[in-house]
Design a protein around this ligand. Sequence first.
Ligand SMILES: *[C@@H]1O[C@H](CO)[C@@H](O)[C@H](O)[C@H]1NC(C)=O
Ligand SMILES: *[C@@H]1O[C@H](CO)[C@@H](O)[C@H](O)[C@H]1NC(C)=O
Ligand SMILES: *[C@@H]1O[C@H](CO)[C@@H](O)[C@H](O)[C@H]1NC(C)=O
Ligand SMILES: *[C@@H]1O[C@H](CO)[C@@H](O)[C@H](O)[C@H]1NC(C)=O
Ligand SMILES: *[C@@H]1O[C@H](CO)[C@@H](O)[C@H](O)[C@H]1NC(C)=O
Ligand SMILES: *[C@@H]1O[C@H](CO)[C@@H](O)[C@H](O)[C@H]1NC(C)=O
Length: 451
Amino acid sequence: MIMLHRTLYLAILTLGVAVPSHALNLQPCPTGEDYRQLSECLCLPDDRGDVIGVGCMNTTMTSLPNHIPRYASIFYFDDNRLGSIIKIPANYHHLEYMYMRNNGIQKIEKLAFKSPEEDHGVHLHELDLSNNTIQRLFQETLTGLDRLENLTLYGNQIYELQNAFADLKSLRLIDLRNNKLRRLEDNIFANLPNLTDVALEMNNFQGGIPYKALSVLKQTQMLNLRSCSIAQLHDDGFLYLQSLQQLHLQHNDIEYITNNSFNGLMQLTMLDLSYNSIHTIETGAFQYFYDTIKEVNLRGNQIIGLHPSMLPWERINVMMEGNPLECDCELAWAQLAASRSGELLICTGPEQLINRTVTSLHPNEFVCENDNRTPTTAGLTGITLILVIVLPIALIIIIVILSVVCCIVKKRKAKSRKRSVKYSAVYKPTTEEKAQMSKTQVKKQMPKTEL
Ligand SMILES: *[C@@H]1O[C@H](CO)[C@@H](O)[C@H](O)[C@H]1NC(C)=O
Ligand SMILES: *[C@@H]1O[C@H](CO)[C@@H](O)[C@H](O)[C@H]1NC(C)=O
Ligand SMILES: *[C@@H]1O[C@H](CO)[C@@H](O)[C@H](O)[C@H]1NC(C)=O
Ligand SMILES: *[C@@H]1O[C@H](CO)[C@@H](O)[C@H](O)[C@H]1NC(C)=O
Ligand SMILES: *[C@@H]1O[C@H](CO)[C@@H](O)[C@H](O)[C@H]1NC(C)=O
Ligand SMILES: *[C@@H]1O[C@H](CO)[C@@H](O)[C@H](O)[C@H]1NC(C)=O
């Protein structure tokens, strides 16, 4: 009993329900004809003495009690042997939070949550069926739960969902983690305008991410596809997830990220790609969330390098421990990132830097092969830098300056010649010039006379 007491106490605390502290005195439930079935349960009264919470946990009960106190809004029925849910008793109509975890539930009868009288049905806000053995949900399994916001089906054996969520218009969070899903019905999440949290972790989408089903998640902020045996992302697959902020793809088998893998994710703040087998990320792959991203986790992949232009690395939190990093000129930015995150980034190349940590390198040591430099010390690097880059540039600049100067000088000479002609015209024309002028005038007049 003490154990139950403590569990219920903690459970209610984590629910965050406003319970006056002095009222957290769990008591035996009311006695009387109706409440005979509650003998193994505990009740939580509010400060007026009305029971608002009921806990029947780890009891010998094998069915739901037909009656619970009238104003109860929270009902814990965890760790019993319910086996199946046939019908939620009509008397539960004040219930908002219902927990039936670890009950060996294999089956939920159709319309189990639907009351024949609309206003007397159950109007749950949260339903938790974690750790049961449910395999399938049908179109009418959850009918009637039109106010349900949180649905937790963690740790079942679900492989088929049909159109089970069609009635759950208020749904905000769905937890389908640790089930046996290999696919999702195309319209499974259709018409759920407030669905912001979708957790599909620990299912098996080896055959491909169910993009069609996900394409309606326009309001969804969190999508969890961790440990789903995903081998490949498809171009434009997340195109319609315009509100998505967090995308969890860690612990899959992804190898390649293209420029279009994340097309459409304009609001993303957190991307977790850790513990895949990624060896290539195309340079434009992260462009869609360049302005919004705050955290990228790339730990435990096969990444050799990440181009400096891919993301504003200096502004975001990037994790990339456990990659075979090539510490060349393109990875120079990683030094700041590593010193900030405290990660131990070890160089796998180039040869002279193998096993050095990124933070231990001198900035001049991040060089590229095609620079044709083999630096051994920072000083030499400086000299090679001057020889290979600065000298040619200086030469080019000098040539440019010289040719510009030449041009200017030439132009000036030409101009001064023109000018001297002009000035002499202002002065008196020479006799020769006069003769020339009259000749041309005659020439001009000639055609006129012909007319
Ligand atoms: C249920 O109670 C039994 C003893 O009555 C105990 O051994 C067991 O650990 C309890 N299970 C849970 C999940 O609390
Ligand atoms: C649903 O779950 C979320 C996250 O656990 C929680 O913050 C929220 O209060 C829950 N909503 C209801 C109605 O229980
Ligand atoms: C479900 O079972 C797992 C493994 O036994 C356990 O770790 C987890 O806490 C359980 N979850 C719930 C909500 O009971
Ligand atoms: C969705 O959420 C909004 C705001 O929280 C609420 O006003 C609206 O009624 C909800 N829609 C449905 C279908 O529950
Ligand atoms: C990917 O995008 C980058 C930057 O926009 C571009 O330079 C690169 O050529 C693109 N790669 C492919 C394979 O299209
Ligand atoms: C780098 O470290 C590994 C593991 O400590 C070691 O096996 C390897 O020989 C080292 N390589 C070089 C070039 O030092």
